[in-house]
Write a protein that binds this ligand. Structure first.
Ligand code: ASP
Length: 344
């Protein structure tokens, strides 16, 4: 009888004390990697340490069990391909070593966020939400947007619907696909747009809601794998303009590059100078990708394909450069690279 009483008391103890404690421990685990940017800035310079940035938003703890790691403390205009490689490696490592993590959040400057987002979208191997977030106003400005953006990023990160949608960017309550967003404004908090493709959803105060999912291959479906890649191929971008001087391409031809992206006029059209310059560097035999500097609509460029150039149907030059870098880790065949551009 006495032992039944003990059992009953243990049960009561479990129900009233242990269960709430266990439930507290069962909040989703979210790992935040901080890289710098305006979200970590005071008076425009990235100065705030990772843990300090996260501690400034105690509301995060209402949603998740947070861990923080400072990856770097730089403005995103200073990001480079080595940083991308290291960041992708670190994320892939975290995913392997800490399977309990529900989401990884990266705080990042907005200047090159679209490039990092696209790179990671193609190189991190997971279906857990990887969310990139930043802000347009420094932490000490009136109505700083960083804290709300960070909170929304965590809310999106733990949303079951965010799973399997690749790398996402959360800013100003909008959720964008890592492939599609473009920074469009120097000042305003509504700086990311995916133009014709639109937002995927919203982090509204009442709920996180998705309306669509990206269909282009990403993360687990992307066939790019960085294991064994120590350095990314070197690819330059050249902007065409009225009266382009072919000598610019002759100079580029002297550089030790693996590929070149031309940011062309609308529809992939190019100036006489650019066409003449391209002829001059033809014997370099590197893949040349034509990407339009106009942000909406596809380019078709059939005659250019006949010239042996590769068309980037809708990726702008900065993302076409990233895709060409990754494509070159797989193949140097121009037909195969065109296929990659048609696919991604
Ligand atoms: N200068 C900032 C950057 O690191 C701009 C921003 O974060 O909004 O990109």
């Amino acid at each position: 009888m006495r032992s039944y009483l003990n059992l009953f008391l243990y049960l009561l103890l479990f129900i009233f004390f242990l269960t709430p404690i266990q439930l507290m421990g069962q909040q989703p685990k979210v790992h935040i990697l901080t890289t710098g940017g305006t979200i970590a800035s005071v008076n425009g310079a990235p100065m705030i340490d990772g843990p300090q940035l996260v501690q400034a938003v105690p509301q995060l703890l209402d949603y998740a069990d947070i861990s923080v790691e400072e990856f770097s403390k730089i403005g995103s205009s200073k990001m480079n391909p080595e940083n991308w490689l290291q960041l992708a490696r670190r994320i892939n490592e975290l995913i392997r070593e800490k399977p309990e993590i529900a989401s990884i959040i990266i705080t990042h400057g907005t200047d090159s966020m679209e490039e990092t987002a696209f790179f990671l979208n193609l190189t991190v191997k997971t279906n857990i939400p990887v969310i990139i977030v930043g802000s347009m106003r420094s932490s000490n400005e009136i109505s700083a947007d960083g804290p709300a953006n960070l909170l929304n990023a965590v809310r999106v990160g733990i949303s079951p619907e965010a799973k399997g949608k690749g790398v996402l960017v959360v800013l100003n309550e909008n959720i964008s696909a890592g492939r599609d967003l473009i920074k469009i404004n120097n000042r305003r908090v509504e700086t990311f747009k995916a133009h014709e493709l639109g937002y995927l959803g919203f982090a509204d105060p009442d709920t996180v809601i998705f309306y669509r999912a990206p269909l282009k291959p990403h993360t687990l479906n992307s066939h790019f794998d960085l294991r064994g890649t120590e350095q990314l191929p070197k690819v330059d971008i050249i902007q065409d303009f009225a009266g382009f001087d072919p000598e610019i391409l002759e100079l580029i031809g002297q550089r030790d590059i693996d590929g070149l992206v031309i940011s062309s006029f609308a529809g992939g059209r190019m100036s006489y100078g650019m066409l003449e310059g391209l002829e001059k560097i033809a014997d370099k035999n590197i893949p040349i990708v034509i990407a339009s500097s106009i942000k909406q609509g596809r380019i078709i460029g059939k005659p250019y394909r006949e010239q042996g150039w590769i068309i980037s149907p809708d990726l702008p030059a900065n993302k076409a450069r990233i895709l060409l870098m990754l494509a070159l880790t797989k193949t140097s065949d121009k037909g195969d690279i065109q296929e990659i551009f048609n696919t991604y």
